[in-house]
Design a protein around this ligand. Structure first.
Ligand SMILES: Nc1ncnc2c1ncn2[C@@H]1O[C@H](COP(=O)(O)OP(=O)(O)OP(=O)(O)O)[C@@H](O)[C@H]1O
Ligand SMILES: [Mg+2]
Length: 270
């Protein structure tokens, strides 16, 4: 008998969305390990139970390598046609019956602009480096960047063993620039485990960028990386104190991320 992990949903539409995202990841990243969907209940999904531990600082290079591979593969096969600030519908060309298995992925800006502004307006985000105007500038710049995706790369959404890394949790999926979900895993692992050595961050970004660069794609610049870390700082602050988030990014971020965002026309390496 296959072991089961049952995930429950509060609303039918969030469950339907999760199933659609699961279908899309299976298609876009056919060589990445994800749990099989074993049974669908009205407000729950029985997933195949997978073994493994959550992401730690020691796993960062492995996770960056996986994310770089996932994003580059998805871009090459599907997302090259996507505009980041427009929802993207991906047709299922392998479907031979009459069910519609098309999946629509939310765009980058509209799904987070309001939340970013609202959180900044509350004054509860400690020492944000981006103003509301800077947020809008970055969202506007993102419109013309090559499309990858965000799938909430927090350390609890990976199950890692000596031989494989499985990707779990299909609740959130949006278009995002290259490097955005990489910034998520770095920020949330640091918020969980504490400050990371600067060299670890540098090598992690390099391990990720190797994948787009091998395909002639630009990868994530240091300035973009610093900005996306600030997006995650703002968006993850409400969860500080839960989910194992013991540290706030503003207290542990590398000083070069601050310098690079304050000094807008310099591209100084870390
Ligand atoms: N298929 C699975 N096999 C084994 N364990 C799983 C599986 N799916 C989820 N889990 C475990 O349950 C945890 C929570 O699952 P999931 O991430 O889907 O829900 P969540 O509501 O987003 O929780 P969190 O906020 O912690 O990420 C995972 O971090 C993992 O430890
Ligand atoms: Mg999760």
């Amino acid at each position: 008998m296959m072991r089961i992990f049952t995930k429950t949903f509060t609303e039918p539409h969030t469950q339907q969305r999760s199933l659609a995202h699961h279908r899309w990841i299976a298609r876009a990243n056919p060589d990445v390990r994800i749990p099989q969907v074993v049974h669908i209940h009205p407000t729950a999904i029985d997933f195949e139970h997978l073994d493994g531990h959550h992401g730690t600082p020691d796993d960062l290079l492995t996770l960056a390598d996986l994310l770089g591979h996932q994003h580059t593969t998805a871009h090459t096969h599907d997302l090259h046609a996507a505009r980041l600030n427009t929802p993207h519908t991906s047709a299922d060309l392998t479907s031979h019956d009459h069910t519609n298995n098309d999946v629509t992925i939310a765009d980058f800006a509209d799904s987070r602009r309001e939340r970013l502004h609202r959180l900044l307006a509350t004054g509860t985000v400690p020492a944000p480096l981006l103003t509301p105007g800077a947020i809008d500038d970055w969202l506007e710049q993102a419109a013309t960047m090559p499309a990858a995706f965000y799938k909430d790369a927090n350390p609890r959404n990976f199950l890692i063993t000596d031989t494989t890394v499985a990707v779990i949790d299909f609740d959130s999926l949006t278009l995002a620039p290259f490097g955005y979900d990489l910034a998520k895993i770095i920020v949330t692992i640091a918020m969980t485990a504490g400050p990371l050595p600067e060299d670890t961050i540098r090598r992690t970004v390099a391990a990720y960028n190797r994948h787009p660069e091998q395909r002639g794609l630009p990868g994530c610049s240091w300035r973009e990386f610093a900005a996306w870390c600030e997006f995650h700082h703002i968006l993850t602050t409400p969860h500080h104190g839960t989910n194992g988030y013991r540290y706030s990014w503003h207290a542990i971020r590398p000083t070069w991320t601050t310098d690079i965002l304050r000094n807008s026309d310099k591209e100084s390496a870390p």
